[in-house]
Ligand binder design. Sequence first.
Ligand code: CMP
Length: 137
Amino acid sequence: METTLVLIKPGGVQRNLIGEITRRIELRGLKITGLKLIRADRKTVEEHYAEHRERPFFGDVCDYLTSGPIVALAISGPNAVRAIRMMMGATNPVEAEPGTVRGDMALSIDDNLVHSSSDPEAAAIEIGLWFPEGTVN
Ligand code: CMP
């Protein structure tokens, strides 16, 4: 059993895609064990993207994630980290397979709709960051 983090980014919330994205996750058989609609603060976002601090897009991606409401989801199930990564599709939506969230609903890497944890270690850190109060079983 694993738990992973999904963020529905401001563009996804604005486009009313919360239901479609959570529907796909639930249909797959994964459980939502944390769920909140929030305005993320800059400090949390910068910590979340700490591994990208030196990349040229760091400032823009932090600006974007704080530009509007987002949904933070904790998702639990067998192989949840990899299952979610596959369902979300490649980071760059033009390379994402049809049938994935990004492959079906996004076109631009700057607004690729969702973030999902890259591996179990990152997932544990990100769940701790976005759900310091803990998840619900
Ligand atoms: P995400 O999975 O949230 O992790 C970092 C984000 O930075 C990524 O999705 C993209 O939305 C954004 N980004 C912008 N440019 C790049 C890039 N060249 N490589 C990776 N991520 C990028």
